[in-house]
Design a protein around this ligand. Structure first.
Ligand SMILES: Cc1ncc(COP(=O)(O)O)c(C=O)c1O
Length: 427
């Protein structure tokens, strides 16, 4: 029982954070994780969207990392130049949606990618001081990104006030419409209701749209509960944004990198953002990296306005280049396997199933008003863990099902049958 000892000791030395399960990881192999006691777990978490290529990573990515590590790792990417940084920037510019010239800023995490996006759009027009974000969103935990985040009160608890000038609007959640009233069941009504709220309430009473710099969104809300908005939402939002000269920031930190069956989740929604933030899986599960890809005309007006120490690390960038190549090859199978997940999950005793590719959410609720059934959700995660399946919560009563994109059909079926058995035993 090595695990128990390590957990107890860790609790004495590590800051209180988000840990829930007493899992002490030792090593990983593809979609399998092993703890220090030799127990084996099937991973349906991808390390919160980081290990899209499995554990510790794809062999080709490991080779690319090793080769680069022997030459140069830390490389002062904001002070000097290096080839992997340039290669990754070119690849990201080419792969991200939008046929306009773009540039990239590299950092080390999702929150930093978001911070850079805030700075970019704010400095591009100093008259525009305000930002719009969505209720249920998660954009990070540093003060700028935290001010945009609105998924759980505890994330902001006792830290306020955060950045001023942020207005939150409802996210079009088809399962639990934000107004809790009938009449928004069909996708068009839901889209109209959100945009009407933006125009007739926020723009009419709270802020002049000509003073808004940007609207930031997740194409599928991750921490908020794996909420998939109606297909037409982002193209409609884009129309509204364009009307007022407001920039769109697409936070792909969790949903990007092939997770939804497209390289970037926004490609499922026929809309072109001005800024895209990336992190997590871009580092292949091996290295931290963040990237902010933006329209070239948004670039920082003066040298030194933004920079950092570790951004553009040559190893992180070499990993990013290889990771993008492999994810691209995996996209057809992500879509194929996605069908299996959809079929199997919709047959389970859950109250909602939503997702795209290999990004699925299942939700547990009670009664007509769909009160979150957090207890059942937590029990499903706990019992699955006991049976060797790793799952993570999302929102108040959903579970996210995000296996590594390299999972085989057989492995997927093993995990899905554990999940089904557990849910059957509880409902
Ligand atoms: C959509 C989104 N944006 C930003 C972040 C913050 O990323 P990080 O934890 O790397 O700072 C996350 C993290 O979960 C995320 O899901």
């Amino acid at each position: 029982m090595e695990s128990r000892k390590i957990v107890e000791e860790s609790e004495q030395f590590l800051a209180t954070s988000t840990r829930e399960l007493p899992l002490v990881l030792d090593r990983g192999e593809g979609v399998w994780l092993y703890d220090v006691d030799g127990n084996k777990y099937l991973d349906f978490t991808s390390g919160i969207g980081v290990n899209n290529l499995g554990w510790p990573s794809h062999p080709e990515v490991i080779r690319a990392a090793e080769a680069q590590m022997k030459k140069l790792a830390h490389s002062m990417g904001n002070d000097f130049y290096n080839v992997p940084q340039l290669e990754l920037a070119k690849k990201l510019v080419q792969l991200t949606p939008g046929e306009f010239p773009k540039k990239v800023f590299f950092s080390n995490s999702g929150t930093e990618a978001v911070e850079a996006s805030i700075k970019l759009i704010k400095q591009s027009d100093p008259k525009r001081k305000y930002l719009i974000a969505f209720i249920g969103s998660f954009h990070g935990r540093t003060f700028g990104s935290l001010s945009l985040t609105a998924s759980r009160p505890v994330q902001k608890y006792l830290f306020g006030p955060t950045l001023p000038g942020v207005f939150h609007i409802p996210y079009p959640n088809p399962f639990r419409n934000p107004w809790h009233i009938n009449g928004y069941e069909d996708p068009d009504s839901l889209i109209n209701a959100v945009l009407e709220y933006l125009e007739s309430w926020v723009f009419a009473h709270l802020v002049d749209p000509e003073e808004v710099a940007g609207i930031i969104f997740e194409p599928i809300q991750g921490e908020g509960g794996y909420v998939v908005p109606p297909k037409g939402f982002f193209s409609q939002l884009e129309k509204t944004a364009r009307k007022y000269g407001i920039y769109l920031i697409d936070d792909e930190v969790q949903m990007g990198m092939g997770r939804t069956g497209k390289m970037f989740a926004i490609e499922n929604f026929n809309s072109t953002p001005d800024v895209i933030t990336l992190a997590k899986a871009l580092g292949g599960g091996l290295y931290p990296i963040g990237a902010t890809v933006f329209r070239k005309d948004l670039d920082f007006k003066k040298k030194g306005m933004h920079s950092n120490t570790f951004g553009g690390n040559a190893v992180a960038c070499a990993i990013g280049v290889k990771t993008l190549e492999i994810v691209k090859e995996l996209l057809p199978r992500v879509n194929e396997l996605g069908k299996l997940f959809q079929e199997e999950l919709t047959q389970m005793k859950v109250d909602d199933v939503r997702g795209l590719g290999l990004a699925w959410g299942i939700e547990f609720v009670r009664g007509e008003r769909k009160e979150p059934d957090t207890k059942t959700r937590d029990k499903v995660i706990e019992e699955s863990f006991k049976k060797g399946l790793l799952l993570l919560p999302a929102g108040k009563s959903a579970i996210r099902i995000i296996p590594p994109l390299v999972i085989s059909e057989e492995e997927a079926k093993v995990g899905l049958s554990i999940l089904k058995e557990v849910i059957n035993s509880l409902r």
